[in-house]
Every structure is written in C-alpha cells, then in structure tokens.
Design a protein around this ligand. Structure first.
Ligand SMILES: [Zn+2]
Length: 301
C-alpha cells in the first residue's frame, strides 16, 4: 500500500479519500464524533430516530466528500427523505465539510426498515448549483433496509454507477455516539463527475475488478467503522492490503449551520406588516427557530 501518511486525519471527526487506480475504484471513509454529538445534541431524539439521522449524516458526508470542491467552492449536497408514516421528513446537508441535519415526525416511531419508519415516500439527492454546474436532483423511492441501501439503489438506477455504502454506529458507556462510513464506487476509464461512459446493462456480468473490490469492502463490520480507536488508514489497510491504494486527506467534517439572522430578517420582511405584527411577541421581536440547530433567533422585523 502506498500511503501519503502526512496530513492524514487524526482520530475523531475525520475524512479520508482513497483510490485503487488498478481497479478503477475510488472511495471515501468518514468518521463522525464531536460533529455528530453537536448535531444530535440539541434535539434529544429517541434512539431509533437518532440512529436513522446518524446514518443519513454519514451517507451525506460520504457523498459530499466526492464533490469536486477544488473546482467548485460552493459545492454542496442535500439528502432529503419525505414519507407519510411515523417519520415525515429527514434532511441532511453538506457544504465544504459543514454538516447538519434534522428530522420530523412521531418520536415514538419504531426502529425498522425505511417503510416501517417513513411509510411510503421518496429520497432525493440534490446538488447545489455552483459556478460550473447547474442544480441537479435525483429521486428514488424510499425503500430498503436503510438510507445507505436506498442510496446504493439510487446510484444503480439513476447513475449506472456501481456503489457500495456501509455505515456503523457505536454508543459508549457514557452515551457518546460515534459513527463511521465507507463508500466505494467503480469509475472505469478514469471517469469523474456525473458523465457516465459506462452503463451497466441489466443482466450484464459485473466487472471483475468491481466485484473483487466490493467483496473486500463488504467484509467491514459496523464495529470497525464506528470504533474511535481504529484509525481510518488502519481500517483501509485491513480491508485492502493486497491492493495498491492511494490515500489522500479529506476535509474534516464539522457541524455547521448556515442559519443567519440577516437571512431570516430578509425572509420576514417579505411578509405584509399586518402578518408580521401577528408574529411579534411581547418584546416586539419575532421568534424564529432553526430546525437544523434548534437555535431560536429573535428578529426585529
Ligand atoms: Zn441553524
């Protein structure tokens, strides 16, 4: 394994990119620690809700980390699930390493597959418009065991891009949550971005390089992904030590909310004065809460 060891992410919140050029495979590994605690903290979700949001945040970070931020400083990605069941909405987004998310619905929602938690619905992946690209959205039914499986299906059906995603979550004795995730994609002939040169025909045999790599990756366990004591490069070594893997550091994920009083004020000012008067509290200010970070802004508008 050829490892560019300098600058690799330390334990805690970390992102590691990798590629296996000889197999036309690229990947990302992410671990969420303090960033996850900061996102979940203000909400006090029951464990099944915290688990599904955590899974979505890990997937969002993995997908966000594949965006070409060198070319597009504004590159961002949103994952949104909407359903008619116990849970009605889940939003997670990524922008240049900043991650946030929340969900809405019945706190008593049972743990289970996506249908059990969300009823029927859809999952949308939206790429923000940037200087060099237009807004892009892909949508798949909200089906499968979880968000990672639904996203794998999205890449298979909408992008013809063979993709493996695994996530794991661990809760220590003190209740602190750590999560991790691995993404692996097959990009033959050096494809990058969303322009597909390769389309997998129904029933066509799986490319041997991809089959080999996804088989190795699939041996990863949930415990390994989430174990804060297992360094990301050590984990990749365990999985792929017979391959020539190139590692490159990724942007460290952090919790970041983009709510701003200036933006909220601008939105409020679009309402007629009579409606704003109704919204004002006894202090003369309008209280607006940010669903992502649960912060309450008091705005004079
Ligand atoms: Zn916020």
């Amino acid at each position: 394994m050829i490892a560019a060891r300098e600058g690799l992410a330390p334990a805690g919140d970390s992102m590691l990119g990798f590629a296996v050029p000889g197999r036309d495979v690229r990947g990302r590994f992410v671990r969420l620690d303090a960033a996850l605690a900061a996102i979940l903290g203000p909400h006090d979700y029951p464990p099944p809700l915290a688990a599904v949001l955590t899974e979505a945040l890990v997937v969002t970070a993995l997908l966000g980390a594949t965006l070409r931020e060198d070319a597009d400083a504004d590159a961002g990605l949103t994952l949104q699930a909407q359903g008619d069941g116990a849970l009605t909405l889940l939003v997670a987004d990524w922008k240049a390493g900043q991650l946030r998310g929340y969900l809405a619905g019945d706190p008593e929602a049972p743990a289970g597959d996506l249908a059990a938690m969300f009823g029927s619905g859809h999952l949308a992946v939206t790429l923000d418009p940037t200087a060099t690209s237009e807004r892009y959205q892909g949508i798949v039914p909200l089906e499968g065991a979880g968000i990672p499986q639904a996203i794998e299906q999205y890449f298979r059906s909408s992008e013809q891009l063979p993709t493996l995603i695994r996530t794991g979550m661990a809760v220590d004795a003190a209740g602190a949550v750590t999560a991790g995730g691995l993404l692996l994609q097959y990009l033959p002939r050096g494809e990058e971005g969303r322009t597909r040169l390769f389309a997998e025909d129904d029933g066509a045999p799986e490319p041997p390089d991809w089959q080999h790599m996804r088989t190795l990756a699939a041996t990863v366990t949930s415990d390994e992904l989430a174990d804060p004591a297992l360094a990301p490069d050590e984990l990749l070594w365990r999985l792929f030590h017979e391959e020539e893997v190139r590692l490159f550091p990724g942007v460290t994920p952090s919790r970041g909310c983009r709510c701003s009083p200036a933006h909220i004020e601008m939105v409020l000012k679009r309402f007629p004065e009579a409606e704003r008067a109704d919204m004002r509290g006894e202090d003369g200010l309008i209280g607006v809460d940010c669903k992502f970070c649960a912060r309450v802004w008091k705005i004079a508008a």
